[in-house]
Design a protein around this ligand. Structure first.
Ligand code: M6R
Length: 621
C-alpha cells in the first residue's frame, strides 16, 4: 500500500515555504516521512527525513533554510509499507549525479526489472524503493539519445516504460524554470495562479494561493512554468485538460480553532448534508448532476450494486434499506475489494453505485472498471471533483462535504448516505415506483436533516464524558437492527481506527447465535434503538436483546429517540437523539458514535486525525 502527498511549485514566492505549507495540508495522505527539493542557482537543494513533517522542518532548521532560497521546488509526504520509513527511502529520490530529483506516489510494478537493468548498467541504487528507479531512468534519458537535453521528452519516455500506478514530479538542475509532472491511475491536479503554477495530489495543497485548478487525465504529462502549463500525452501530443474552480476555500482546509480536523468535520456535518442536497430538487423533481445516464437508462435498471470500502461501504449498507423500499429493485452492497473477484452477475441493466470520498480508492476503482467491462452502468458518488472514479464512471453525483482531512470519515459518510438516497429517489422517480408527491416528501424530510444533526451536535457533552469514562475499556460492542445495524458497524469501525480498541458491530438479532458469549460483567455495549413508533416490532425485540445482555452484566449504552421511555430501565446510559423518519435515523444516530470514538481516542492520548497504520486515501489494492 502506498499513498503519498505530492506538491510542486514554479513561481515568484520562496518555493520552500509554498511546498512546506502544501505538505502540511497533504499530510493526511501519509506521514511516515517527508522531503523537499528546491532548484537553487544551477543546483538542487534536497532534504528528507523519516517521521512526520515536523521532523523535516526541524532538520531544515538545523541545516539552515537559506540553502533553499529558490522559487521552484517540490515536496513529498510518504506512507509506505514497502521500503521501511527511514531517511534513505524518503522522497525526493535523486540520480547518481544528484541533478535529477523525483517524487512519486503509487507503485511501479515492473520496478524489479528496471532496477536490475540499472544495476547491470553500473548504477548504484541508494534506497529500497521502486521510486528511485524513475530518477535514474530520467537522468539517463536526459543524458542520451533522442531525448537528450529535453526533460519533458525524457519523462515521457520513462513513463512509457513504467507499469503500475504513478504520479511523478520531476526536476532537473539543468532546467531551473520548469517542473514536469505525470500521472497514471494516481491523482494529480494543477493550480493556476498569477505568475505561479502548482501541481499537487490534492487542491488542498495550493488552495491558499488559488482556486483555479485543472484536472489532468489518464496518462498525461504537464510541464509547468511560472507563466503557465502545457499538457501532453505520453507521446508528446497535446492533450485535453479540464479547468475547474474549487468550490471551497482555505478556511475549509484549516482547523478553525478545533483541536483536530476530525472534530471540526464532525461539526460541519449539517453544512455537508445541506450542501450535498442543494440543487437536487427542482421543479418538483430530483435532479442528479453530471447525469450521463438518461431517464430511460434508469428505467431499465433491474438490479443495483453498491460497491465501496470502509465507511463508504457502510453508507451503502444504510442506503440499501431505502433504495429497495423506494424502488422495489434488489440492491446488493459489496466490499469493493471482494466484488470483482467473485464474478458478480452484471449486465447492461445493472446499476453499480461506486461510493468513494476520495474518488481514488484502488479497490473501488478496480470494481468500477470490472463493472464497466461487464457493460454495467456505473454511477459514482464522490467527494472529490475530477477524481479517477468519477472520471471512469458513466455518471457522477458529487457529495459536497468539502475537504475531509481527518483520516476517519465523518462528514463525508453522512453526505454519502444523503447522496445514495438521492440516487434511490431518482430511480424511484424514473421508474414510477413513487408518485411525484411522495418523492417530494422524502426529499423534504431529507432536507430537514441538517437541522436534526445540528440538534445532536448541541448535546454531545454527555457522550464526551462517557468517552472519558470508557477510555480504559478493553472492548466495546455495538448492536443495531435494520438501518441501525450498519450504524453499529460504523460505530465499531470508528472506535477501532481511532482508539485502537477491539470493537465489533453486530445485528442485534444475531446476538443469540454466537456473539452473546462475549458478554461479561462491565463490557460496554452500545445499542442503536429504532424508533418505538416507526419500528414498534423491532423496537420491542431490541428491548429484549438489551435486557438479555444487561442481565449478563454488560454496561448498556443506549442511543434512542427522545421520549422513548420503554427503553430507559434497560439503559445504564441513555443518549437521546431527535425523532426522525426511520430511514433517516442513521444521519443522527451515527453522530454520537463519532463523538464517542474521538473522545475515547483523545483520552487515550492518540492523534485522532492521523491514526496509526492508516492513510486517508488507499490508492493501491
Ligand atoms: O475515499 P473512500 O471513501 O473510497 O475511502 C474508503 C475507506 O477507505 C474509508 O471510508 C475508510 O474506511 C475511513 N478511514 C473510515 O473512517
Amino acid at each position: 500500500m502506498r499513498v503519498c502527498g505530492i506538491v510542486g511549485y514554479v513561481g515568484h514566492r520562496p518555493a520552500l515555504d509554498v511546498v512546506l505549507d502544501g505538505l502540511r495540508r497533504l499530510e493526511y495522505r501519509g506521514y511516515d516521512s517527508a522531503g523537499v527539493a528546491v532548484l537553487v542557482g544551477d543546483g538542487l537543494a534536497v532534504e528528507r527525513k523519516a517521521g512526520r513533517l515536523a521532523n523535516l522542518e526541524a532538520r531544515l532548521d538545523e541545516v539552515g533554510r537559506e540553502g533553499f532560497a529558490g522559487t521552484a521546488g517540490m515536496g513529498h509526504t510518504r506512507w509506505a509499507t514497502h521500503g521501511a520509513p527511514v531517511d534513505r527511502n524518503s522522497h525526493p529520490h535523486r540520480d547518481t549525479t544528484g541533478r535529477v530529483a523525483v517524487v512519486h506516489n503509487g507503485i511501479i510494478e515492473n520496478f524489479a526489472a528496471l532496477r536490475a537493468e540499472l544495476e547491470a548498467a553500473g548504477v548504484e541504487l541508494a534506497s529500497d524503493t521502486d521510486s528511485e528507479t524513475a530518477a535514474h531512468l530520467v537522468a539517463r534519458a536526459y543524458a542520451d539519445g533522442d531525448t537528450r537535453g529535453d526533460l519533458p521528452a525524457s519523462v515521457r519516455a520513462v513513463c512509457r516504460r513504467l507499469e503500475g500506478a504513478f504520479t511523478l514530479v520531476v526536476t532537473h538542475a539543468d532546467e531551473p524554470d520548469l517542473i514536469v509532472a505525470a500521472r497514471r491511475s494516481s491523482p494529480l491536479v494543477l493550480g493556476i495562479g498569477a505568475g505561479e503554477t502548482f501541481v499537487a495530489s490534492d487542491v488542498a495543497a495550493f488552495i491558499e494561493h488559488t482556486r483555479e485548478a485543472v484536472e489532468l487525465g489518464q496518462d498525461q504529462l504537464v510541464v509547468i512554468t511560472r507563466g503557465g502549463y502545457e499538457v501532453l500525452d505520453f507521446h508528446g501530443e497535446p492533450a485535453p485538460a479540464k479547468p475547474f474552480t474549487v468550490d471551497w476555500d482555505l478556511s475549509a482546509a484549516e482547523k478553525g480553532g478545533h483541536e483536530y480536523f476530525m472534530l471540526k468535520e464532525i461539526d460541519e456535518q449539517p453544512t455537508a448534508l445541506a450542501d450535498t442536497l442543494r440543487g437536487h430538487f427542482s421543479d418538483g423533481r430530483i435532479v442528479l448532476d453530471e447525469q450521463r445516464l438518461s431517464d430511460q437508462d434508469l428505467r431499465d435498471v433491474d438490479k443495483v450494486f453498491v460497491v465501496a470500502c470502509g465507511s463508504a461501504y457502510h453508507s451503502g449498507l444504510v442506503a440499501k434499506y431505502a433504495i429497495e423500499h423506494w424502488t422495489r429493485l434488489p440492491v446488493e452492497v459489496e466490499l469493493a475489494s471482494e466484488f470483482r473477484y467473485r464474478d458478480p452477475v452484471l449486465d447492461r441493466d445493472t446499476l453499480v453505485v461506486a461510493v468513494s470520498q476520495s474518488g481514488e480508492t484502488a479497490d473501488t476503482l478496480e470494481a468500477v472498471r470490472h463493472a464497466r467491462e461487464q457493460k454495467a452502468r456505473v454511477l459514482a458518488v464522490c467527494n472529490t471533483n475530477g477524481a479517477q472514479i468519477p472520471r471512469e464512471s458513466d455518471a457522477v453525483l458529487y457529495t459536497h462535504a468539502g475537504p475531509e482531512i481527518g483520516v476517519a470519515s465523518t462528514k463525508a459518510f453522512l453526505a454519502q448516505i444523503a447522496a445514495n438516497y438521492l440516487v434511490g429517489l431518482a430511480l424511484a422517480q424514473a421508474r414510477g415506483t413513487k408518485y411525484p408527491d411522495e418523492v417530494a416528501r422524502e426529499f423534504h424530510e431529507l432536507a430537514a436533516m441538517p437541522e436534526a444533526v445540528r440538534q445532536v451536535l448541541g448535546t454531545t457533552e454527555q457522550v464526551k464524558a462517557l468517552g472519558r469514562e470508557l477510555s480504559e475499556a478493553k472492548a466495546v460492542l455495538f448492536l443495531g437492527r435494520h438501518v441501525g445495524y450498519p450504524v453499529a458497524l460504523e460505530g465499531a469501525l470508528k472506535l477501532k481506527e481511532l482508539a485502537y480498541m477491539h470493537a465489533e458491530g453486530f445485528a442485534a438479532g444475531e446476538l443469540k447465535h454466537g456473539p452473546i458469549a462475549l458478554i461479561e460483567p462491565g463490557l460496554p455495549v452500545v445499542v442503536v434503538m429504532p424508533s418505538p413508533k416507526g419500528r414498534a416490532v423491532l423496537h420491542s425485540k431490541l428491548v429484549s436483546n438489551i435486557s438479555e445482555i444487561q442481565a449478563r452484566g454488560a454496561r448498556t449504552i443506549v442511543i434512542a429517540e427522545e421520549g422513548d421511555e420503554t427503553v430507559r430501565p434497560f439503559a445504564d446510559e441513555l443518549i437521546e437523539i431527535p425523532a426522525v423518519p426511520t430511514l433517516l435515523q442513521p444521519l443522527v444516530s451515527t453522530v454520537p458514535l463519532q463523538v464517542l470514538a474521538a473522545e475515547i481516542a483523545r483520552s487515550r492520548g492518540y492523534d485522532v486525525d492521523k491514526p496509526r497504520n492508516l492513510a486517508k486515501s488507499v490508492t493501491v489494492e
